[in-house]
Design a protein around this ligand. Structure first.
Ligand SMILES: [Ca+2]
Length: 506
């Protein structure tokens, strides 16, 4: 450590004597001392549509996420970069578009964004970056890709990147084999990672579930950290006194199978579930790949099965929300909340019958849009506000770097932009992102601007929707001559985004 200069001129021997005396004295805590670096609690839900109470859904009950939203900024136009687990997670953990990570499926290779593009061999994930700058970095359950339910049933790490973490915990839970009332709702689809199966678990068995175990483990890490910091211990979680943490907690619900305790199923009556309104012939004007997730042929759920799937999905969301509440309560109890940035996201969105589509992969609004809530110390003036700015999950890495004071050290390669201006002012005019860019299977690419959605499916065709007049994306305007100018500007913007997504900035 460098010796600080003295504010007045003294002989060298006197200065050394003064410093020696000062070093022997107990260090008083100055009232104006630099605040310690903020902790980060990063909660990642799986396959969650922005369908919660905080997102103006009056049916789906999420009191704890609503509470978090009231303490932070809720982003109503946040989009994933790929509507599937693995590619989306690698994208936001690397801060790079999938065009550069080149991860387009749920590959299981370790640290896949390092392996799929050798130019990224030295590129640190957000956890590794924070670790290299003094943070303790921990993972609980699914942050990079893990197979659900198979990987959870086996307790495997999935496509993890070990360099991201100081410690990582996998959970091993029964998922589809949970004790309880099992029902398969998709007679035409037997694959357990993509069928709709519900399991109503007895209330007293809630602790057997993956997300209960993950929250319990995360709370143990928080308690251990606080205790270790207080006692100056170096214990099994390698805590150094005063060391800030980056704790990433993956919650696997509401990914199928839809397993939740009885009391969460009791919140939703199947009879009362309303399926999204879909106009007659809705999918007649879209290219073939846009229909890939259609119920017909893929799931073949009848109307009752669809309403049961919706009720079970909401029950799973409320169960996941309960775990968020346990984590927030632990932060409060341990007096960590005031110095902890809490961020909640889903890895991508989800279709729950919109356009007769179910699950992910589509480029429709509900599949690409994600819930994003940021509650950070120092931005209390914006608490409870909503930002309608178009933002992307790749904006998280630069946001974390910025809010921890490490903006200048962040890798030049990052594709995103710090959300700080929107945390200071949710309607900030200086936010200039022109579009969110999402890619998917079947060569699909999508742009979402504040007004338009443009989908490009290669030779199969295009879609253009005007969110000012058609928020449901029912009328494809791509073939209308009066929208040719818009279509051409979207084509040009897509070209620009595609190039940007494949370019490694130095
Ligand atoms: Ca997912």
């Amino acid at each position: 450590m460098k010796t600080p200069p003295l504010p007045f001129s003294v002989p060298r021997w006197a200065a050394l004597a003064l410093l020696a005396v000062a070093a022997a004295m107990p260090v008083p805590v100055r009232a104006d001392a630099e605040p310690s670096l903020p902790n980060i609690l990063f909660i990642v839900s799986d396959d969650l549509q922005a369908c919660m109470g905080a997102y103006e859904n009056p049916v789906c009950q999420t009191p704890n996420l609503d509470r978090l939203a009231s303490e932070g900024v809720r982003f109503s136009n946040a989009y994933c970069q790929y509507p599937v687990c693995g590619p989306s997670r690698n994208s936001f953990m690397s801060g790079l578009y999938p065009g550069l990570t080149r991860m387009k499926g749920n590959k299981k290779a370790l640290g896949a964004f390092h392996l799929t593009n050798e130019d990224l061999a030295e590129h640190p994930s957000i956890g590794q970056f924070l670790k290299e700058h003094g943070y303790f970095s921990a993972r609980v359950s699914k942050i990079y890709h893990m197979g659900v339910p198979g990987g959870i049933e086996a307790g495997e790490p999935g496509g993890d990147d070990p360099d991201t973490w100081d410690v990582a915990f996998n959970v091993l839970a029964p998922e589809t084999y949970s004790q309880g009332l099992f029902e398969l709702l998709t007679p035409n689809r037997l694959h357990y990672g993509s069928n709709f199966a519900s399991v109503i678990v007895p209330n007293e068995l809630d602790a057997t579930q993956a997300d209960s175990m993950a929250a319990t483990q995360a709370i143990a890490i928080l308690e251990n950290r606080v205790k270790g910091t207080m006692e100056g211990q170096t214990n099994h979680t390698k805590v150094k006194p005063g060391q800030p943490f980056f704790l990433a907690v993956g919650l696997v619900r509401p990914h199928v199978p839809l397993v939740a305790p009885q009391r969460f199923f009791d919140l939703y009556s199947v009879e009362d579930m309303k399926l999204p309104a879909v106009p007659e012939g809705d999918l007649d004007d879209v290219p073939e790949p846009a229909r890939a997730m259609n119920n017909e042929g893929r799931y073949d759920m009848d109307e009752l099965q669809q309403r049961k799937a919706l009720a079970a999905y909401y029950a799973s969301v409320s169960f996941m929300d309960w775990q968020v509440g346990r984590l927030l309560d632990a932060l409060d109890r341990l007096d960590l909340r005031k110095n902890t940035i809490v961020v909640f996201i889903s890895d991508h969105g989800y279709n729950l019958g919109e356009h007769h589509c179910w699950q992910k992969l589509s480029l429709f609004e509900d599949s690409t849009r994600v819930p994003l809530i940021v509650s950070a110390p120092g931005f209390e003036a914006s608490a409870g506000q909503t930002s309608g700015a178009v933002v992307e999950l790749i904006d998280l890495y630069p946001t974390f770097a910025d809010l921890t004071g490490l903006k200048d050290q962040a890798p030049a390669a990052l594709h995103g932009t710090s959300l700080r201006p929107l945390l200071e002012n949710p309607t900030a005019a200086e936010w200039t992102k022109d579009a969110a860019y999402t890619v998917t299977h079947l060569k699909g690419e999508s742009l979402r601007t504040s007004r338009w959605r443009y989908n490009y499916w290669g030779d199969a065709g295009e879609e253009l929707y005007d969110h000012l007049t058609d928020p449901g994306e029912f009328e494809n305007l791509a073939g209308y001559t009066e929208h040719m100018d818009t279509l051409n500007s979207m084509r040009a913007l897509l070209e620009k985004k595609r190039t940007e997504s494949q370019t490694l900035k130095k």
